[in-house]
Design a protein around this ligand. Structure first.
Ligand code: HEC
Ligand code: HEC
Length: 357
């Protein structure tokens, strides 16, 4: 009704009237494959209750965040989106050892998977835990000169997006007014990330629905080893297979120079024991993003399990929980099969075909 009245009033100006009548009849083309949809429920086994978050994602924020996550205009030269490195088909990680950002520049670390980030047990973000919330995290890469390269953050970002008229109605729907700020951009992206939940894997169906046919006997053996003899669950704990803590398993240690290629958690805490320690990553959908570890130095899951079987890579800061495991080759295979059974569903997505203009 209000919209109709507005149209009648401004209808006196012919050119605007044309825009108005088309706005009233047909939604803009970029809405076609990004409608407002209900916030999803966590799939079996993910154990995430989005409604219990301090700021639960709303359908309007998730829709806005979906555009923004895939929108390359977030970078200085419109060439890089969040999804350039966090690719949906790789469980929002990437199939390379390290990331490539603006101008083809290589980063030093691999982009971690973003699935199940809404898990309440995850207080730390980044491999070294330097961000305390997803919101802190989201603006970091936009200003980072090797990632998205936006100068003068957060002002330049807010200004750039304020010139895209097509975005305004969606900020209004998500936040109550047209105003476009970097903080709102971050919040919308976070809302989208939080809905990327993975569960209902073969392993979940076996564990939680007692479906004995869901997995093979080899997977069941791998499960026993993971939670028993191989003691993986000391760090890969809980429904999301991470304690969200930092451990040194030796990756990046060079025995010749006696140095790490990346000091990891030490960079943040300056605490000696944290040298070469990295955040335990989730193992859900781990099959989707080889090569593995923060530097992508392990090509296959078998290589990862064999490294643990040898007792990690020896160095003065090795975590006390890492020791030789004495696994037979068939036990190593069984653990690999178990990891493969953690391929889930619920998070998959593709880039929207069009963006607000
Ligand atoms: C050029 C590649 C690149 C781009 C673009 C990028 N990221 Fe990342 N992202 C990374 C890398 C690499 C890391 C790990 C960095 C580290 O640990 O120091 C990371 C880490 C993260 C993390 C932490 C995950 C965890 O488990 O701790 C989140 C969340 C994240 N990125 C979200 C985003 C969002 C949102 C955007 C877009 C605004 C974005 N990223 C853009 C490469 C990228
Ligand atoms: C002491 C804690 C700890 C234990 C025990 C542990 N892990 Fe890990 N795991 C980590 C950390 C930390 C990383 C990341 C290391 C890095 O990138 O430098 C990791 C990385 C991985 C990765 C690579 C994931 C990715 O996204 O790149 C896999 C797979 C994995 N672990 C499986 C296992 C298995 C299987 C076991 C048991 C045999 C196990 N872990 C035992 C802490 C642990």
């Amino acid at each position: 009704m209000i919209r109709v009245l507005k149209c009648v009033v401004v209808g006196l100006v012919a050119s605007i009237a044309a825009a108005c009548s088309s706005a009233a009849s047909a939604p803009p083309p970029w809405e076609a494959d990004n409608p407002v949809v209900a916030v999803p429920q966590a799939p079996l086994g993910a154990e995430i209750d989005l409604s219990s978050l301090p700021e639960p994602p709303t359908p309007e924020r998730v829709r806005l965040g979906r555009w923004l996550f895939y929108d390359k205009r977030l970078s200085a030269d419109n060439s890089v989106a969040c999804a350039t490195c966090h690719r949906p088909e790789h469980a929002f990680s990437e199939p390379t050892a390290v990331s490539t950002g603006i101008g083809g520049q290589k980063g030093r670390r691999k982009a971690p998977s973003l699935i199940n980030q809404a898990d309440a047990l995850l207080p730390h973000f980044f491999w070294d835990g330097r961000a305390g919330s997803l919101e802190d995290q989201a603006l970091g890469p936009i200003g980072n000169p090797v990632e998205m390269g936006m100068n003068d953050m957060p002002h330049a970002l807010a200004e750039k997006f304020s010139t895209i008229a097509g975005y305004k109605p969606y900020f209004r729907a998500a936040f109550g007014s047209d105003e476009i700020t970097a903080e709102r951009i971050a919040k919308a992206i976070v809302a989208y990330e939080q809905t990327r939940m993975s569960g209902n894997s073969a392993w979940d169906r076996w564990r939680y629905e007692r479906n004995e046919q869901a997995v093979s006997d080899q997977v069941k053996q791998g499960h026993e080893l993971f939670f028993g003899k191989a003691k993986c669950r000391q760090c890969h704990a809980g429904n999301n297979f991470t304690d969200s803590k930092f451990h040194n398993i030796g990756i990046g240690w060079d025995p010749a120079t006696k140095q790490f290629s990346d000091e990891g958690r030490f960079v943040v805490t300056k605490n000696e024991v944290d040298r070469g320690a990295f955040k335990t990553p989730t193992l859900r959908d781990v099959t989707k993003h080889p090569p593995f570890a923060h530097d992508g130095s392990l090509a296959t899951l078998r290589e990862v399990v064999e490294l643990y079987n040898r007792g990690g890579k020896k160095n003065p800061y090795l975590d006390v929980k890492i020791e030789p495991l004495g696994l037979s080759p068939s036990e190593v295979e069984a653990i690999v099969a178990f990891l493969e059974s953690l391929e889930g569903e619920g998070y998959q997505d593709t880039a929207p075909r069009a963006f607000p203009q």
